[in-house]
Design a protein around this ligand. Structure first.
Ligand SMILES: Cc1cc2nc3c(=O)[nH]c(=O)nc-3n(C[C@H](O)[C@H](O)[C@H](O)COP(=O)(O)O)c2cc1C
Length: 204
């Protein structure tokens, strides 16, 4: 089914520090697929940003952090309707660089934002990084969509200075994940506000 273009701005966080990086190549594919559906995308690549270590003094109010890199990062997150978090598997989890970036955020920055999770393992496609990110998403009240994409090194071929994806299944799965992410953007955009307190009916 061909869907009408989705107006959404998606921020993609690239968590690998490798050069070249399979995770980065996977995220480029995801960004292209989202754009094909009408979304705009921007990528924050952990190889390029120099975010300071998270400063607990600004926990819950990261906008008070005077570091310009933090302010710039927050502005991008706040402007996004949805995010993609992508990471390689580092010691059975996601990368510390991505963790540090996410630790700069507060619940208000992520609450109700649909998030797609993807990444690359070493010898086997493993869900450890994305599963751990799913728990992190929950702590920030983000909505991690059910479909994710996990690849293994063997899904890529070296091509000059970079990698290329050689498995069509990765492309198909990524397309399905992007579809679901944009579906969630639309669903949650139109969802009626849920009252945060019980109505005062019956109270005296
Ligand atoms: C610090 C570090 C820890 C790693 N730990 C694991 C691991 O626990 N399991 C695994 O399968 N691969 C592990 N790897 C291998 C990476 O997941 C693998 O090289 C992956 O392709 C990196 O993605 P990239 O090409 O996007 O950098 C580790 C790599 C690094 C640098």
């Amino acid at each position: 089914m061909v869907r009408s273009p989705v107006k959404a701005h998606v921020l993609c966080l690239q968590g690998s520090l490798g050069v070249p990086s399979r995770t980065a190549v996977l995220l480029e594919l995801v960004a292209r697929l989202l754009q094909r559906q009408g979304a705009t995308t921007e990528t924050v690549d952990m190889r390029d940003v120099s975010l300071p270590q998270v400063d607990p003094r600004y926990h819950g109010a990261p906008e008070d952090n005077p570091a310009p890199a933090v302010g710039g990062f927050l502005a991008k997150v706040r402007a996004a309707d949805a995010m993609v978090w992508a990471s390689p598997v580092y010691h059975n989890s996601y990368s510390g660089a991505l963790k540090n970036a996410i630790d700069h955020l507060s619940i208000a920055d992520v609450r109700d934002k649909p998030l797609a999770l993807c990444g690359n393992g070493g010898r086997r496609a493993s869900v450890q990084a994305t599963d751990h990110l799913r728990i992190v998403a929950r702590s920030l009240h983000g909505i991690a969509v059910p479909l994710g994409v996990t690849t293994a090194n063997g899904d890529y071929a070296r091509e000059g200075d970079d990698f290329r994806i050689r498995e069509t299944e990765v492309v198909q799965r990524s397309a399905a994940m992007c579809d679901q992410l944009l579906d969630y953007v639309e669903k949650f955009r139109t969802a009626p506000e849920v009252p945060t307190r019980a109505p005062a009916v019956g109270r005296t």
